[in-house]
Design a protein around this ligand. Structure first.
Ligand SMILES: Nc1ncnc2c1ncn2[C@@H]1O[C@H](COP(=O)(O)OP(=O)(O)O)[C@@H](O)[C@H]1O
Ligand SMILES: [Mg+2]
Length: 467
Protein backbone atom coordinates (compact mmCIF):
# COMPACT_ATOMS: atom_id res chain seq x y z
CA UNK A 1 0.00 0.00 0.00
CA UNK A 2 1.30 3.45 -0.80
CA UNK A 3 1.99 5.91 1.99
CA UNK A 4 -0.83 8.38 2.34
CA UNK A 5 -0.07 11.97 1.48
CA UNK A 6 -1.28 14.94 3.49
CA UNK A 7 -1.34 18.53 2.28
CA UNK A 8 -0.96 21.16 5.00
CA UNK A 9 -2.21 24.64 4.14
CA UNK A 10 -1.34 27.16 6.83
CA UNK A 11 0.51 30.46 6.73
CA UNK A 12 2.18 29.94 10.11
CA UNK A 13 5.54 28.32 9.59
CA UNK A 14 5.71 26.95 13.12
CA UNK A 15 2.38 25.19 12.80
CA UNK A 16 3.39 23.65 9.50
CA UNK A 17 6.65 22.48 11.02
CA UNK A 18 5.10 20.88 14.08
CA UNK A 19 2.37 19.23 12.01
CA UNK A 20 4.98 17.83 9.67
CA UNK A 21 6.90 16.28 12.58
CA UNK A 22 3.81 14.57 13.88
CA UNK A 23 2.52 13.39 10.51
CA UNK A 24 5.92 11.94 9.65
CA UNK A 25 5.89 10.13 12.97
CA UNK A 26 2.59 8.55 11.92
CA UNK A 27 4.22 7.43 8.70
CA UNK A 28 2.40 9.92 6.50
CA UNK A 29 3.93 11.86 3.67
CA UNK A 30 3.63 15.64 3.86
CA UNK A 31 3.47 18.51 1.39
CA UNK A 32 3.00 22.12 2.47
CA UNK A 33 1.55 25.34 1.15
CA UNK A 34 1.60 28.70 2.92
CA UNK A 35 -1.32 30.29 1.16
CA UNK A 36 -4.30 29.52 -1.07
CA UNK A 37 -2.48 30.32 -4.27
CA UNK A 38 0.33 27.90 -3.61
CA UNK A 39 -2.14 25.28 -2.38
CA UNK A 40 -4.11 25.44 -5.60
CA UNK A 41 -0.93 25.26 -7.64
CA UNK A 42 0.43 22.10 -6.02
CA UNK A 43 -2.90 20.37 -5.33
CA UNK A 44 -3.34 18.79 -8.77
CA UNK A 45 0.29 17.68 -8.97
CA UNK A 46 0.44 16.16 -5.53
CA UNK A 47 -3.13 14.81 -5.35
CA UNK A 48 -3.10 14.42 -1.58
CA UNK A 49 -5.22 11.86 0.26
CA UNK A 50 -6.22 14.39 2.90
CA UNK A 51 -5.88 18.14 3.46
CA UNK A 52 -5.35 20.00 6.72
CA UNK A 53 -6.54 23.52 6.05
CA UNK A 54 -6.37 26.67 8.12
CA UNK A 55 -9.50 28.85 7.99
CA UNK A 56 -7.48 32.01 8.15
CA UNK A 57 -5.23 32.37 5.17
CA UNK A 58 -3.60 35.61 4.01
CA UNK A 59 -4.98 35.60 0.49
CA UNK A 60 -8.30 33.80 0.67
CA UNK A 61 -10.81 32.41 3.14
CA UNK A 62 -10.12 28.80 4.03
CA UNK A 63 -13.76 27.91 3.48
CA UNK A 64 -13.50 29.24 -0.08
CA UNK A 65 -10.51 27.00 -0.72
CA UNK A 66 -12.38 24.10 0.86
CA UNK A 67 -15.10 24.54 -1.72
CA UNK A 68 -12.61 24.40 -4.57
CA UNK A 69 -10.92 21.28 -3.23
CA UNK A 70 -14.25 19.53 -2.79
CA UNK A 71 -15.31 20.49 -6.27
CA UNK A 72 -12.17 18.97 -7.67
CA UNK A 73 -12.27 15.80 -5.55
CA UNK A 74 -15.65 15.26 -3.87
CA UNK A 75 -14.41 12.40 -1.67
CA UNK A 76 -11.40 14.30 -0.37
CA UNK A 77 -11.39 14.58 3.42
CA UNK A 78 -10.46 18.07 4.60
CA UNK A 79 -9.73 18.80 8.25
CA UNK A 80 -10.04 22.49 9.05
CA UNK A 81 -7.99 24.29 11.67
CA UNK A 82 -10.18 26.92 13.29
CA UNK A 83 -9.39 29.66 15.78
CA UNK A 84 -9.93 28.65 19.35
CA UNK A 85 -13.51 29.22 20.41
CA UNK A 86 -14.79 30.43 17.07
CA UNK A 87 -18.07 28.63 16.68
CA UNK A 88 -18.79 30.47 13.44
CA UNK A 89 -15.63 29.10 11.86
CA UNK A 90 -16.45 25.58 12.94
CA UNK A 91 -19.98 25.79 11.63
CA UNK A 92 -19.03 27.17 8.25
CA UNK A 93 -16.30 24.56 7.93
CA UNK A 94 -18.71 21.72 8.54
CA UNK A 95 -21.34 23.27 6.31
CA UNK A 96 -18.77 23.55 3.55
CA UNK A 97 -18.23 19.81 3.72
CA UNK A 98 -15.13 19.60 5.90
CA UNK A 99 -14.55 16.16 7.32
CA UNK A 100 -13.90 17.62 10.77
CA UNK A 101 -12.33 20.62 12.43
CA UNK A 102 -9.75 21.04 15.15
CA UNK A 103 -8.96 24.18 17.10
CA UNK A 104 -5.67 25.89 17.81
CA UNK A 105 -3.65 25.06 19.81
CA UNK A 106 -3.73 21.69 18.16
CA UNK A 107 -4.50 18.64 20.23
CA UNK A 108 -2.34 16.09 18.43
CA UNK A 109 -4.03 13.09 19.96
CA UNK A 110 -7.36 14.22 18.59
CA UNK A 111 -5.78 15.09 15.28
CA UNK A 112 -4.30 11.62 14.93
CA UNK A 113 -7.69 10.06 15.56
CA UNK A 114 -9.40 12.34 13.10
CA UNK A 115 -6.88 11.64 10.36
CA UNK A 116 -6.96 7.90 10.94
CA UNK A 117 -10.74 7.86 10.73
CA UNK A 118 -10.84 10.03 7.64
CA UNK A 119 -8.32 7.89 5.76
CA UNK A 120 -10.12 4.72 6.79
CA UNK A 121 -13.45 6.02 5.57
CA UNK A 122 -11.93 6.88 2.24
CA UNK A 123 -10.30 3.50 1.75
CA UNK A 124 -13.54 1.78 2.64
CA UNK A 125 -15.33 3.80 0.02
CA UNK A 126 -12.62 2.97 -2.47
CA UNK A 127 -12.94 -0.69 -1.62
CA UNK A 128 -16.65 -0.65 -2.26
CA UNK A 129 -16.12 1.27 -5.49
CA UNK A 130 -13.53 -1.30 -6.51
CA UNK A 131 -15.91 -4.17 -6.00
CA UNK A 132 -18.66 -2.29 -7.79
CA UNK A 133 -16.33 -1.87 -10.73
CA UNK A 134 -15.52 -5.56 -10.75
CA UNK A 135 -19.20 -6.32 -10.69
CA UNK A 136 -19.68 -4.13 -13.73
CA UNK A 137 -16.99 -6.03 -15.53
CA UNK A 138 -18.93 -9.15 -14.88
CA UNK A 139 -22.35 -7.75 -15.49
CA UNK A 140 -22.62 -9.42 -18.87
CA UNK A 141 -21.57 -13.02 -18.46
CA UNK A 142 -21.70 -13.72 -22.16
CA UNK A 143 -23.62 -16.32 -24.02
CA UNK A 144 -23.42 -19.95 -23.06
CA UNK A 145 -23.35 -22.25 -26.03
CA UNK A 146 -25.38 -25.38 -25.31
CA UNK A 147 -26.30 -27.35 -28.39
CA UNK A 148 -25.60 -30.85 -27.18
CA UNK A 149 -28.59 -32.53 -25.47
CA UNK A 150 -26.45 -33.23 -22.39
CA UNK A 151 -25.58 -29.57 -22.03
CA UNK A 152 -29.11 -28.43 -22.78
CA UNK A 153 -30.32 -30.53 -19.89
CA UNK A 154 -27.71 -28.98 -17.62
CA UNK A 155 -28.87 -25.53 -18.65
CA UNK A 156 -32.48 -26.29 -17.93
CA UNK A 157 -31.63 -27.61 -14.49
CA UNK A 158 -29.42 -24.58 -13.90
CA UNK A 159 -32.22 -22.18 -14.73
CA UNK A 160 -34.54 -23.85 -12.26
CA UNK A 161 -31.94 -23.62 -9.51
CA UNK A 162 -31.02 -20.04 -10.36
CA UNK A 163 -34.62 -18.89 -10.00
CA UNK A 164 -35.17 -20.89 -6.82
CA UNK A 165 -34.30 -19.76 -3.30
CA UNK A 166 -31.54 -22.36 -3.02
CA UNK A 167 -28.85 -20.70 -0.92
CA UNK A 168 -26.07 -23.10 -1.84
CA UNK A 169 -25.17 -24.40 -5.29
CA UNK A 170 -22.33 -26.77 -6.12
CA UNK A 171 -20.77 -26.78 -9.59
CA UNK A 172 -18.70 -29.81 -10.48
CA UNK A 173 -16.83 -30.25 -13.70
CA UNK A 174 -13.35 -30.64 -15.09
CA UNK A 175 -11.21 -27.58 -15.54
CA UNK A 176 -12.33 -25.51 -18.51
CA UNK A 177 -15.86 -26.85 -18.71
CA UNK A 178 -17.43 -23.47 -17.96
CA UNK A 179 -17.96 -23.38 -14.19
CA UNK A 180 -17.02 -19.71 -13.90
CA UNK A 181 -19.28 -18.76 -16.72
CA UNK A 182 -22.15 -20.79 -15.33
CA UNK A 183 -21.77 -19.24 -11.87
CA UNK A 184 -22.03 -15.75 -13.34
CA UNK A 185 -25.04 -16.79 -15.33
CA UNK A 186 -26.74 -18.18 -12.24
CA UNK A 187 -26.21 -14.90 -10.44
CA UNK A 188 -27.47 -12.84 -13.33
CA UNK A 189 -30.59 -14.88 -13.82
CA UNK A 190 -31.47 -14.95 -10.13
CA UNK A 191 -33.44 -12.46 -8.07
CA UNK A 192 -30.08 -11.42 -6.60
CA UNK A 193 -28.81 -9.97 -9.85
CA UNK A 194 -28.94 -6.42 -8.51
CA UNK A 195 -26.71 -7.42 -5.60
CA UNK A 196 -22.95 -7.88 -5.82
CA UNK A 197 -21.27 -10.90 -7.41
CA UNK A 198 -17.96 -11.57 -5.72
CA UNK A 199 -15.41 -14.25 -6.41
CA UNK A 200 -12.81 -15.87 -4.27
CA UNK A 201 -10.49 -18.55 -5.55
CA UNK A 202 -9.66 -20.72 -2.56
CA UNK A 203 -6.50 -22.09 -4.15
CA UNK A 204 -5.04 -18.74 -5.20
CA UNK A 205 -4.94 -17.25 -1.71
CA UNK A 206 -2.48 -18.42 0.92
CA UNK A 207 -4.21 -20.48 3.56
CA UNK A 208 -3.55 -18.02 6.37
CA UNK A 209 -5.07 -15.10 4.43
CA UNK A 210 -8.14 -16.89 3.19
CA UNK A 211 -10.14 -16.61 6.38
CA UNK A 212 -9.68 -12.85 6.61
CA UNK A 213 -10.32 -12.40 2.90
CA UNK A 214 -13.54 -14.32 3.36
CA UNK A 215 -14.77 -13.03 6.70
CA UNK A 216 -12.76 -9.83 7.22
CA UNK A 217 -10.97 -8.85 10.38
CA UNK A 218 -11.14 -6.45 13.28
CA UNK A 219 -8.54 -3.81 13.95
CA UNK A 220 -5.73 -5.41 15.96
CA UNK A 221 -6.65 -9.00 15.03
CA UNK A 222 -3.01 -9.43 13.97
CA UNK A 223 0.05 -7.25 13.62
CA UNK A 224 -0.86 -5.83 10.22
CA UNK A 225 -4.51 -5.27 11.02
CA UNK A 226 -4.25 -1.51 11.42
CA UNK A 227 -7.88 -1.03 10.62
CA UNK A 228 -11.02 -3.08 10.38
CA UNK A 229 -11.64 -4.73 7.05
CA UNK A 230 -14.76 -6.34 5.69
CA UNK A 231 -14.50 -9.73 4.05
CA UNK A 232 -16.13 -10.87 0.84
CA UNK A 233 -18.91 -12.67 2.71
CA UNK A 234 -19.95 -9.33 4.15
CA UNK A 235 -19.47 -7.34 0.96
CA UNK A 236 -21.50 -9.86 -1.04
CA UNK A 237 -24.58 -9.27 1.14
CA UNK A 238 -27.80 -9.51 -0.95
CA UNK A 239 -25.81 -10.95 -3.84
CA UNK A 240 -23.79 -14.03 -4.69
CA UNK A 241 -20.44 -15.26 -3.43
CA UNK A 242 -18.57 -17.61 -5.77
CA UNK A 243 -16.10 -19.90 -4.01
CA UNK A 244 -13.90 -21.36 -6.69
CA UNK A 245 -11.79 -24.49 -6.18
CA UNK A 246 -13.53 -25.30 -2.94
CA UNK A 247 -11.74 -28.66 -2.62
CA UNK A 248 -8.53 -26.82 -1.74
CA UNK A 249 -10.07 -25.24 1.34
CA UNK A 250 -7.89 -26.14 4.33
CA UNK A 251 -9.25 -28.52 6.96
CA UNK A 252 -9.16 -25.90 9.75
CA UNK A 253 -11.23 -23.49 7.68
CA UNK A 254 -13.83 -26.05 6.65
CA UNK A 255 -15.85 -26.04 9.91
CA UNK A 256 -15.93 -22.24 9.77
CA UNK A 257 -17.37 -22.32 6.28
CA UNK A 258 -19.83 -25.00 7.35
CA UNK A 259 -21.06 -22.85 10.21
CA UNK A 260 -21.40 -19.91 7.84
CA UNK A 261 -23.41 -21.97 5.35
CA UNK A 262 -25.66 -23.32 8.06
CA UNK A 263 -26.39 -20.06 9.87
CA UNK A 264 -25.52 -17.34 7.31
CA UNK A 265 -23.58 -15.75 10.15
CA UNK A 266 -19.86 -15.43 10.79
CA UNK A 267 -17.36 -13.57 12.94
CA UNK A 268 -14.64 -11.37 11.56
CA UNK A 269 -11.15 -12.59 12.46
CA UNK A 270 -10.45 -11.25 15.94
CA UNK A 271 -14.11 -10.30 16.34
CA UNK A 272 -16.68 -11.47 18.85
CA UNK A 273 -19.87 -10.33 17.20
CA UNK A 274 -21.87 -12.55 14.87
CA UNK A 275 -22.56 -10.84 11.59
CA UNK A 276 -25.57 -11.97 9.62
CA UNK A 277 -25.80 -11.76 5.86
CA UNK A 278 -28.20 -12.82 3.16
CA UNK A 279 -26.49 -14.27 0.14
CA UNK A 280 -26.20 -17.24 -2.16
CA UNK A 281 -23.00 -19.24 -2.17
CA UNK A 282 -21.94 -20.99 -5.35
CA UNK A 283 -19.03 -23.36 -4.84
CA UNK A 284 -17.10 -24.92 -7.69
CA UNK A 285 -14.61 -27.73 -7.93
CA UNK A 286 -12.88 -29.82 -10.56
CA UNK A 287 -12.25 -32.57 -8.02
CA UNK A 288 -14.50 -35.40 -7.00
CA UNK A 289 -15.62 -33.91 -3.73
CA UNK A 290 -17.42 -36.99 -2.59
CA UNK A 291 -14.29 -39.13 -3.02
CA UNK A 292 -12.30 -36.49 -1.16
CA UNK A 293 -14.86 -36.58 1.64
CA UNK A 294 -14.57 -40.36 1.84
CA UNK A 295 -10.81 -40.40 2.21
CA UNK A 296 -10.68 -37.62 4.79
CA UNK A 297 -9.39 -34.78 2.63
CA UNK A 298 -12.68 -32.95 2.82
CA UNK A 299 -15.14 -32.85 5.69
CA UNK A 300 -18.08 -35.09 5.08
CA UNK A 301 -20.61 -32.77 6.77
CA UNK A 302 -19.44 -29.87 4.62
CA UNK A 303 -19.70 -31.99 1.49
CA UNK A 304 -23.31 -32.89 2.33
CA UNK A 305 -24.12 -29.26 3.01
CA UNK A 306 -22.67 -28.19 -0.33
CA UNK A 307 -24.17 -31.05 -2.26
CA UNK A 308 -27.84 -30.13 -1.92
CA UNK A 309 -28.10 -28.64 -5.41
CA UNK A 310 -25.23 -30.14 -7.38
CA UNK A 311 -24.80 -29.27 -11.03
CA UNK A 312 -22.45 -31.45 -13.00
CA UNK A 313 -21.03 -29.99 -16.20
CA UNK A 314 -19.94 -32.80 -18.50
CA UNK A 315 -16.50 -32.68 -20.11
CA UNK A 316 -16.43 -31.54 -23.72
CA UNK A 317 -15.56 -35.03 -25.00
CA UNK A 318 -18.95 -36.19 -23.69
CA UNK A 319 -20.91 -33.51 -25.54
CA UNK A 320 -19.49 -33.62 -29.00
CA UNK A 321 -22.43 -31.75 -30.47
CA UNK A 322 -21.12 -28.65 -28.72
CA UNK A 323 -17.70 -28.69 -30.39
CA UNK A 324 -18.59 -27.06 -33.69
CA UNK A 325 -21.14 -24.56 -32.31
CA UNK A 326 -18.56 -23.50 -29.71
CA UNK A 327 -15.97 -23.10 -32.46
CA UNK A 328 -18.30 -20.87 -34.45
CA UNK A 329 -19.02 -18.86 -31.33
CA UNK A 330 -15.36 -18.23 -30.54
CA UNK A 331 -14.41 -17.56 -34.17
CA UNK A 332 -17.02 -14.80 -34.17
CA UNK A 333 -15.69 -13.44 -30.92
CA UNK A 334 -12.08 -13.38 -32.18
CA UNK A 335 -13.09 -11.95 -35.53
CA UNK A 336 -14.30 -8.92 -33.65
CA UNK A 337 -11.35 -8.84 -31.31
CA UNK A 338 -8.63 -9.30 -33.93
CA UNK A 339 -10.49 -7.51 -36.73
CA UNK A 340 -10.42 -10.58 -38.90
CA UNK A 341 -12.97 -12.18 -41.13
CA UNK A 342 -12.42 -15.90 -40.75
CA UNK A 343 -15.32 -17.91 -42.09
CA UNK A 344 -14.86 -21.04 -40.05
CA UNK A 345 -12.94 -24.29 -39.82
CA UNK A 346 -12.04 -26.06 -43.04
CA UNK A 347 -13.06 -29.69 -43.40
CA UNK A 348 -9.81 -31.16 -42.08
CA UNK A 349 -9.71 -28.84 -39.12
CA UNK A 350 -13.31 -29.69 -38.36
CA UNK A 351 -12.44 -33.39 -38.46
CA UNK A 352 -9.52 -32.77 -36.16
CA UNK A 353 -11.67 -30.82 -33.71
CA UNK A 354 -14.20 -33.64 -33.59
CA UNK A 355 -11.56 -36.33 -33.20
CA UNK A 356 -9.67 -34.64 -30.44
CA UNK A 357 -10.50 -35.47 -26.82
CA UNK A 358 -10.10 -31.95 -25.41
CA UNK A 359 -8.55 -32.69 -22.02
CA UNK A 360 -8.64 -28.95 -21.32
CA UNK A 361 -12.29 -28.75 -22.41
CA UNK A 362 -13.83 -25.49 -23.64
CA UNK A 363 -10.92 -23.42 -22.42
CA UNK A 364 -8.51 -25.46 -24.52
CA UNK A 365 -10.76 -25.16 -27.56
CA UNK A 366 -11.01 -21.43 -27.09
CA UNK A 367 -7.24 -21.06 -26.71
CA UNK A 368 -6.57 -23.24 -29.73
CA UNK A 369 -8.82 -21.02 -31.82
CA UNK A 370 -7.27 -17.87 -30.46
CA UNK A 371 -3.80 -18.87 -31.54
CA UNK A 372 -4.95 -20.25 -34.89
CA UNK A 373 -6.79 -17.02 -35.61
CA UNK A 374 -3.74 -14.96 -34.82
CA UNK A 375 -1.55 -16.91 -37.23
CA UNK A 376 -3.96 -17.95 -39.95
CA UNK A 377 -3.69 -15.86 -43.10
CA UNK A 378 -6.51 -17.37 -45.14
CA UNK A 379 -10.28 -17.31 -44.83
CA UNK A 380 -10.60 -20.66 -43.11
CA UNK A 381 -8.82 -22.19 -40.18
CA UNK A 382 -6.64 -25.00 -41.40
CA UNK A 383 -4.82 -27.64 -39.40
CA UNK A 384 -1.49 -25.80 -39.76
CA UNK A 385 -1.66 -23.89 -36.55
CA UNK A 386 -3.59 -26.24 -34.36
CA UNK A 387 -1.49 -27.25 -31.39
CA UNK A 388 -2.70 -30.83 -31.19
CA UNK A 389 -3.09 -34.02 -33.18
CA UNK A 390 -6.31 -35.97 -33.58
CA UNK A 391 -6.62 -38.65 -30.97
CA UNK A 392 -10.10 -40.01 -30.66
CA UNK A 393 -8.78 -43.14 -32.36
CA UNK A 394 -5.22 -43.15 -31.12
CA UNK A 395 -3.10 -42.05 -28.20
CA UNK A 396 -3.89 -38.67 -26.67
CA UNK A 397 -1.36 -36.13 -27.77
CA UNK A 398 -1.44 -33.30 -25.34
CA UNK A 399 -1.22 -29.72 -26.47
CA UNK A 400 2.29 -28.52 -26.88
CA UNK A 401 3.10 -24.87 -26.54
CA UNK A 402 4.68 -24.73 -29.96
CA UNK A 403 2.97 -24.59 -33.31
CA UNK A 404 3.39 -27.84 -35.22
CA UNK A 405 5.71 -28.25 -38.15
CA UNK A 406 8.36 -26.01 -36.66
CA UNK A 407 6.53 -22.92 -37.79
CA UNK A 408 7.56 -21.05 -34.72
CA UNK A 409 11.13 -20.06 -35.21
CA UNK A 410 12.24 -20.94 -31.72
CA UNK A 411 15.52 -19.07 -32.07
CA UNK A 412 14.05 -15.65 -32.65
CA UNK A 413 10.37 -15.70 -31.97
CA UNK A 414 8.65 -16.28 -28.70
CA UNK A 415 5.58 -18.42 -28.82
CA UNK A 416 2.29 -17.06 -27.54
CA UNK A 417 2.61 -18.61 -24.14
CA UNK A 418 6.07 -17.21 -23.55
CA UNK A 419 4.78 -13.85 -24.61
CA UNK A 420 2.00 -14.05 -22.08
CA UNK A 421 4.50 -14.83 -19.34
CA UNK A 422 6.70 -11.90 -20.36
CA UNK A 423 3.71 -9.57 -20.42
CA UNK A 424 2.67 -10.64 -16.96
CA UNK A 425 6.12 -9.98 -15.56
CA UNK A 426 6.32 -6.63 -17.32
CA UNK A 427 2.98 -5.50 -15.95
CA UNK A 428 3.82 -6.67 -12.44
CA UNK A 429 7.14 -4.85 -12.58
CA UNK A 430 5.47 -1.70 -13.80
CA UNK A 431 2.94 -1.93 -10.98
CA UNK A 432 5.73 -2.65 -8.45
CA UNK A 433 4.00 -5.89 -7.58
CA UNK A 434 0.59 -4.32 -6.98
CA UNK A 435 -1.75 -6.95 -8.41
CA UNK A 436 -4.82 -4.78 -8.87
CA UNK A 437 -2.78 -2.27 -10.78
CA UNK A 438 -1.08 -4.91 -12.88
CA UNK A 439 -4.47 -6.40 -13.70
CA UNK A 440 -5.68 -2.98 -14.81
CA UNK A 441 -2.63 -2.52 -17.01
CA UNK A 442 -3.35 -5.83 -18.68
CA UNK A 443 -7.08 -5.21 -18.87
CA UNK A 444 -7.92 -8.40 -17.01
CA UNK A 445 -9.58 -9.05 -13.67
CA UNK A 446 -7.57 -9.59 -10.52
CA UNK A 447 -8.77 -13.19 -10.41
CA UNK A 448 -7.51 -13.82 -13.89
CA UNK A 449 -4.18 -12.32 -12.95
CA UNK A 450 -3.99 -14.53 -9.87
CA UNK A 451 -4.80 -17.51 -12.00
CA UNK A 452 -2.11 -16.63 -14.51
CA UNK A 453 0.47 -16.03 -11.81
CA UNK A 454 -0.31 -19.49 -10.57
CA UNK A 455 -0.34 -20.98 -14.02
CA UNK A 456 3.14 -19.66 -14.74
CA UNK A 457 4.29 -20.35 -11.23
CA UNK A 458 5.56 -16.79 -10.96
CA UNK A 459 7.27 -15.83 -7.73
CA UNK A 460 7.93 -12.37 -6.34
CA UNK A 461 11.56 -12.73 -7.44
CA UNK A 462 10.37 -12.77 -11.03
CA UNK A 463 8.97 -9.27 -10.89
CA UNK A 464 10.82 -7.60 -8.06
CA UNK A 465 14.21 -6.42 -9.13
CA UNK A 466 14.94 -4.01 -11.97
CA UNK A 467 12.32 -3.38 -14.64
N1 LIG B 1 -20.75 -23.36 -22.99
C1 LIG B 1 -19.92 -22.31 -23.21
N2 LIG B 1 -20.26 -21.35 -24.09
C2 LIG B 1 -19.44 -20.30 -24.33
N3 LIG B 1 -18.25 -20.13 -23.72
C3 LIG B 1 -17.86 -21.05 -22.81
C4 LIG B 1 -18.69 -22.17 -22.51
N4 LIG B 1 -18.07 -22.92 -21.56
C5 LIG B 1 -16.90 -22.29 -21.30
N5 LIG B 1 -16.78 -21.15 -22.04
C6 LIG B 1 -15.62 -20.26 -22.02
O1 LIG B 1 -14.47 -21.06 -21.87
C7 LIG B 1 -13.54 -20.51 -20.96
C8 LIG B 1 -13.32 -21.41 -19.77
O2 LIG B 1 -14.51 -21.50 -19.00
P1 LIG B 1 -14.53 -21.31 -17.42
O3 LIG B 1 -15.91 -20.94 -17.03
O4 LIG B 1 -13.44 -20.42 -16.97
O5 LIG B 1 -14.21 -22.83 -17.00
P2 LIG B 1 -13.91 -23.44 -15.56
O6 LIG B 1 -14.24 -22.41 -14.54
O7 LIG B 1 -14.78 -24.64 -15.46
O8 LIG B 1 -12.46 -23.81 -15.56
C9 LIG B 1 -14.13 -19.18 -20.56
O9 LIG B 1 -13.57 -18.20 -21.39
C10 LIG B 1 -15.60 -19.33 -20.82
O10 LIG B 1 -16.21 -18.11 -21.08
MG1 LIG C 1 -12.79 -21.67 -13.17
Amino acid sequence: MHRKKILIVDDEKLIRWSLRQKLNEWDLEVVEAEDAREALRIFPQESPDLVILDVNLPDEKGTELLKQFRNAVPELPVVMITAYGSIDDAVSAMRGGAYDFITKPIDFLKLENTIQNALETVSLKEEVAYYKEREQERSDPGKIVAADPAMREVMQFTRTIAESEAAIVLLQGESGTGKDLLAQTIHHSSRRQAGPYLVINCSAIPENLLESELFGYEKGAFTDAKQQKKGLAELAHTGTLFLDEISTLSLPLQPKLLRFLETQTFKRVGGLRDIEVDLRVIAATNQDLEAASLNGEFRRDLFFRLNVCPIHIPPLRDRMDDILPLSRHFIQEYNLKFRKNIKGLNKQAERMFLDYLWPGNVRELKNALERAMIFEKGRYITTSYLPFRPDRSGEATSTSSRAPGGRTDAGTTMNLEEMERELLIKALKKASGNKSQAARILGITRDTLRYKIQKWDLKEDDWLGPA
